[in-house]
Design a protein around this ligand. Structure first.
Ligand code: DON
Length: 316
């Protein structure tokens, strides 16, 4: 086997040919896993879809497959809601939610009972529900304000909620309701349960294409500043913390595996999307709706593993 290249200069990497190589390799893979079934609207998505888009900080970008088709971001929005909460109340966020990997499923209730209703981190469902509670407390029109914030990060007004997906999740949202009720019994939820759930389900239903998603996450590769306008959204220190949480908690009980194989901070969602960033270099989004047993896109993980192996560029 040829040794992997070791590159410390991004300009010598031909991302265009690497993405083409990934597309060929993915086409040969046996389909593995299933489209998310527990949200009926998501179960309707074509499992064969595959798209990938990489944006460099210098503006170069590369695409393959269905990279302009919108999909449900789901838990990927947990990074955006955390960012908005930090921009509103700063480090007070950490009084309500921890920063440790959970090592358990994204919707698990078990740790919450023994840890007095304080979620392990903001990227599991319980943590994102507490963040949604913070947003309800601090925004005048939370659903509208969140969408406005996301559009600003994306540099596009064409970002929307999918109301059928939000309703579908609400119809089957017993576990998220259980998480909120349990946390409220410990005093870690201030607002009405249905109001918080409604915001959370809408946030999860936000749709973007791979091209829009990778562009949105350039913020985290760019030290917390918007690339187009230079506007600072997060301090450097808060950006470091958000990226660290993506690295350690972005894939639930598969966070170790993702770090091991891909070596970048990232976040997955049950819509089949994964976004990852290389600080100072690029942001990449991939979408393939079939999920592995841990709820992460099976081919998405493989594509990103190939990207960092073929480019020889990861944060480690
Ligand atoms: O609350 C849920 O279960 C979904 N709206 C989001 C879960 C999710 O995306 C987990 N990610 N892998």
């Amino acid at each position: 086997m040829n040794p992997l290249p070791i590159n410390d200069d991004i300009d010598v990497i031909h991302f265009g040919s690497i993405l083409e190589e990934i597309q060929e390799a993915i086409a040969k893979e046996e389909p593995e896993g299933q489209v998310a079934q527990y949200i009926p609207e998501l179960a309707k998505v074509d499992p064969a879809k595959f798209g990938m888009h990489l944006c460099r900080l210098d503006g170069e970008s590369y695409s393959i497959g269905d990279s302009d088709e919108k999909f449900s971001l789901q838990s990927i929005t947990k990074v955006l809601t955390l960012t908005l909460a930090i921009s509103l109340i700063g480090d007070k966020v950490w009084d309500r939610v921890g920063v440790e990997p959970s090592g358990s499923a994204f919707n698990s209730l078990t740790l919450l009972e023994v840890e007095n209703g304080k979620p392990r981190n903001p990227l599991i469902n319980s943590g994102a529900l507490v963040i949604a509670d913070i947003l309800v407390s601090h925004l005048s029109d939370p659903k509208k304000d969140f969408l406005h914030f996301v559009r600003k990060l994306a540099g596009s007004a064409d970002i929307h909620y999918n109301y059928q997906v939000a309703q579908s999740e609400k119809d089957w949202g017993y576990r998220n309701a259980a998480l909120l009720n349990l946390m409220k019994s410990f005093g870690n939820v201030d607002n009405d349960i249905d109001t918080v759930l409604d915001l959370y389900f809408h946030m999860c239903s936000t749709e973007m294409s791979c091209a829009e998603l990778s562009r949105t996450f350039l913020l985290y590769a760019n030290g917390g500043k918007l690339v187009d306008t230079g506007e600072r959204i997060l301090s450097r220190s808060h950006t470091k913390r958000v990226n660290a949480i993506m690295q350690t908690c972005g894939f639930y009980d598969e966070a170790g595996e993702f770090s091991f194989k891909v070596g970048l901070p990232g976040k997955s969602g049950v819509g089949g999307g994964i976004v990852a960033i290389h600080p100072g270099q690029y942001s990449v989004a991939v979408w393939s709706p079939r999920l592995n047993r841990k709820g992460n896109s099976a081919l998405g993980m493989l594509a990103l593993e190939r990207l960092t192996s073929l480019s020889g560029l990861s944060i480690f």
